[in-house]
Ligand binder design. Structure first.
Ligand code: AP5
Length: 222
């Protein structure tokens, strides 16, 4: 399966990706996770990205496109399928992605558009906690860890992302509406768009999507 996950900040792209990755056994590539890892390592790319991420702005198209191209074109990296989370985020990125996918003969099956409402988004982002060790996602109310502040998966320390504060969330939403929302139409025109009600429970969403993929697969069989 070859997927792109679209949707506003906090719609649950990372949470759904973690579930789908296990059932679909595809590579999960999250530009946000890669950039945060670079920031943690204080690399040149991390230092460059931090200037944008901490303010809720987008990292320049050329930088993220190069990053994704290197992930998608590395040997055998995506032969078993892929799930892109957080890319593309602009029309320019969507067009660049089509060029890369054409080159590697791995066209997209679906662009999943996770639709959510503003109050849900704010509640999810302000309560999110992330594991410093393995990146697992938690929420103080919706998905609390068994031990406060400690990751259930690896025992790592949970932290709150620097961009999950009210002011930066507002900027991220504005940036999303201006730059990313328009690419929904881009995928609709390609007949690849699948709308998903992201306010639902994530396990329920996973089950619905797995059924959709299975039915789509049957339809395409000779
Ligand atoms: P990125 O990390 O991609 O951030 P985002 O798109 O803002 O998305 P989030 O990670 O905030 O939310 P999510 O939808 O994954 O929600 P999650 O599953 O965590 O990017 C960060 C920054 O990097 C950008 O602002 C930009 O600067 C830069 N960047 C990245 N890609 C770029 C690109 N292509 N171009 C340019 N710049 C780029 O869920 C949120 C919370 O809700 C969690 O606590 C979770 O437990 C809870 N939750 C999730 N789903 C449910 C559910 N169904 N029910 C109840 N609770 C739920």
């Amino acid at each position: 399966m070859r997927l792109v996950l679209l949707g506003p900040p906090g719609a649950g792209k990372g949470t759904l990706a973690a579930l789908l990755k296990k059932s679909l056994k595809v590579r999960h590539i999250s530009t946000g996770d890669i950039l945060r890892e670079e920031m943690k390592n204080n690399s040149a790319l991390g230092q460059e990205a931090k200037k944008y991420i901490d303010n809720g702005e987008l990292v320049p198209d050329e930088v993220v496109t190069k990053l994704i191209e290197s992930k998608l074109t590395a040997n055998d990296r995506v032969d078993g399928g892929y799930m892109l989370d957080g890319f593309p985020r602009t029309k320019k990125q969507a067009e660049a992605l089509d060029r890369i996918l054409k080159k590697i003969h791995r066209p997209l099956d679906y662009a999943l558009y996770l639709e959510s409402t503003l109050p849900v988004i704010i509640q999810r982002l302000t309560g999110r906690r992330v594991c410093r060790g393995c990146g697992a996602l938690f929420h103080v109310k919706n998905r609390p860890p068994r031990r406060e502040g400690i990751c259930d998966e690896c025992g790592g320390i949970l932290y709150q992302r620097a961009d999950d504060n009210a002011e930066t969330i507002k900027t991220r939403m504005e940036v999303y509406l201006k730059n990313t929302q328009p690419i929904i139409a881009y995928y609709e025109a390609q007949g690849k768009l699948k709308n998903v009600d992201a306010d639902k429970d994530s396990e329920e969403l996973q089950a619905i999507l797995m059924k959709t993929f299975d039915e789509g697969h049957k339809l395409n069989q000779p």
